[in-house]
Ligand binder design. Sequence first.
Ligand SMILES: [Zn+2]
Length: 215
Amino acid sequence: MTFFDFHTHHSLLKRSIHNLAEQEDPKPDSYFSVGIHPWNLNEEWEKEFVRVKEFSSLSNCLAIGESGFDRLWGPDLDLQRKVFYEHAKLAYELQIPLILHLVKGHDLLLEYLKSEVRVPQIIWHGFNLKSHMAEQVLDFPISFSFGKAILKSDSNASHWLKKCPIDRVFFETDDSQLSIDSIYKSASVILQLSEEELTLQVRNNWNKISSRKIE
Ligand SMILES: [Zn+2]
């Protein structure tokens, strides 16, 4: 079975969303996501954002991102805020999800969610925080993408996966060298669902929240 990898910096396999690196052009035959990562933000961002907009109009662009907030490695928060809001607006206009990068920025996410009316579907990727952090945002259109942290059964991610509404779940390898199969196998044990059921579930989850569908 081929499992869908919803966020990867490596794989260019058919069933994956490849996050474009800076200066990287998309390949015509593979899915991708495009955005300016908070780590790569500077005052020149508007030039880069022209490119993001251009690529985002391609039908194999499945998501905007990753974009978000990072208090450890990002530039000043006003800039991060401004740029995140632009990414969110673009995702909303295209009706495709935004892949969220969030490090010590929970309050900034909540501030955004509470102040905006037109909130896109957001996929909080690499989630590995306490469950209550996730529960706080369940009133908003937020899903969670689980990666290597669920290989440990006592991780925060594993605990949240068990409780998370099943229609808000996705899986990813992110920047790891793991195979996506290992993530699905682990999720299948945690959720007590077969790999087939999981595969169908995440596909339906995606197609419910995005105007650009997967098969
Ligand atoms: Zn990533």
